[in-house]
Design a protein around this ligand. Structure first.
Ligand SMILES: Nc1ncnc2c1ncn2[C@@H]1O[C@H](COP(=O)(O)OP(=O)(O)OP(=O)(O)O)[C@@H](O)[C@H]1O
Ligand SMILES: [Mg+2]
Length: 307
C-alpha cells in the first residue's frame, strides 16, 4: 500500500469513529476499466475524496515526506535559480504565467502538458522555467513532472538524480510520494523520469499516470508535465488526454511550418491552449534571445500561429 493510501486510510479511519467504516482505495492495477475514473469501493470518486484527505492530513505534512534533495541547477537555463530576480529571460516567463492565469479564468486549467513537434525545441526549458515562474507567486505549489521516458532531461537541468521516478511509479514499483523530490526552491516539487525502460509507450498508456495526476491534483496549484515530441511517437497525445491543456513549443527559425501543423493536429482544438515561440533572436536587444509569445484564445481554439 502506498504512503498516500496509508495516509488516506488513516484519515478515513479517524473519521470512521463517527461515521462508520470505509473501504480502502483500489490500486490502479485493480481498477481495470474503471481507471479512467478511479473509485473508492462503494464510495465517491477519488477526486471527490481527495479534499477530505487533504483536510485530514495537512498538505504540508504530506509533502514534507517527499525527499529533500540538494539540486545543483544549471543556472544558464534554469533562469529563476539565479540570485538576480530580473535575470535574463525571466520576464518573458512571467508574461507567460500571466497569460495562463488569464486562461484559467475561463477554463479549468491546472495540469499543463508542454510539448512540441520535434526534439530540442525547448520543451524541457519552457516546462522548467514556467514551473519556476509559477512558484514565485506566494504560496503556489507546483509539481513539475518529467514524463519524457525516452529522453529524460529535466533532472540534468535541475541537477538531481533521475531515480526513483515516473518509470518506477508506472511499473508499480513505488508510490507517489517516493518519486517526488523537494529541492531548494520553496514549493517547487519535481518528479523525475526514472530509469530508462524498454517499454516507455506501454508504461505511459497503462493508466497509472492518470491516476498519479488525479492523486496530485488537489495538492498542487499547478502540475506541469514535460513530454516527448509529438511527431515521432504517440506519448504526447496520450498524455494530453490526462491534462487540462497543452502548450506547444515552436523553435523560432527551426521548426518547419508543416511539421508544426502536423503536430498541432495530434491535439484536439480544446486541448491546445497556446503556442510558445522559443528562441527568437531579433535585433540586438539582450532581451530578445529568450523571446516567446503565447497565443491563446482562452476558448480552446487552436493557436493563431498554427491555423
Ligand atoms: N530559449 C532558450 N535559450 C537558451 N537555451 C535554450 C532555449 N531553449 C532551449 N534551450 C536549450 O536548448 C537545449 C534543448 O532544449 P530542451 O532540452 O528544453 O529541448 P526539448 O524540446 O525538451 O528536447 P527533447 O525533445 O530532447 O526533450 C537545452 O540545452 C536547453 O537548455
Ligand atoms: Mg525535453
Amino acid at each position: 500500500m502506498s504512503r498516500i493510501h496509508e495516509a488516506l486510510k488513516r484519515a478515513e479511519q479517524e473519521r470512521a469513529s463517527a461515521q462508520g467504516p470505509v473501504s480502502e482505495p483500489l490500486a490502479p492495477e485493480q481498477l481495470g476499466e474503471q481507471e479512467a475514473m478511479p473509485q473508492l469501493t462503494g464510495g465517491p470518486s477519488i477526486t471527490a475524496g481527495m479534499p477530505s484527505f487533504a483536510n485530514s492530513y495537512t498538505i504540508d505534512s504530506l509533502l514534507a515526506r517527499c525527499e529533500k534533495r540538494a539540486w545543483t541547477p544549471d543556472l544558464k537555463t534554469m533562469l529563476f535559480f539565479n540570485a538576480d530576480e530580473q535575470a535574463y529571460g525571466t520576464e518573458e516567463f512571467r508574461t507567460l504565467r500571466s497569460r495562463i492565469y488569464q486562461m484559467r479564468e475561463k477554463q479549468n486549467l491546472k495540469k499543463l502538458l508542454i510539448t512540441s513537434s520535434l526534439p530540442k525545441e525547448g520543451k524541457s526549458f519552457v516546462a522548467a522555467n514556467l514551473a519556476q515562474a509559477l512558484v514565485r507567486q506566494h504560496g503556489r505549489r507546483v509539481l513539475l513532472i518529467d514524463a519524457d521516458l525516452r529522453g529524460a532531461r529535466l533532472h540534468q537541468a535541475l541537477g538531481t538524480s533521475v531515480t526513483p521516478g515516473v518509470s518506477e511509479y508506472l511499473s508499480g514499483e513505488t508510490d507517489e510520494l517516493s518519486i517526488i523530490q523537494r529541492g531548494p526552491m520553496e514549493n517547487l516539487f519535481f518528479a523525475p523520469a526514472g530509469r530508462l525502460v524498454s517499454n516507455p509507450g506501454e508504461l505511459v498508456a497503462n493508466g497509472r499516470l492518470k491516476f498519479l495526476l488525479n492523486r496530485m491534483e488537489p495538492i498542487f496549484d499547478w502540475i506541469i508535465v514535460d513530454s516527448p515530441p509529438a511527431i515521432p511517437i504517440s506519448d504526447a497525445s496520450l498524455l494530453a488526454n490526462y491534462c487540462d491543456g497543452v502548450l506547444m513549443v515552436v523553435r523560432s527559425s527551426a521548426t518547419p511550418f508543416d511539421i508544426a501543423r502536423k503536430a498541432r493536429q495530434e491535439f484536439r482544438d480544446t486541448q491546445l491552449i497556446g503556442v510558445v515561440l522559443n528562441g527568437i533572436v531579433a535585433g540586438s536587444s539582450p532581451y530578445t534571445q529568450y523571446y516567446y509569445e503565447a497565443y491563446g484564445t482562452g476558448n480552446g481554439k487552436p493557436a493563431a500561429a498554427l491555423r
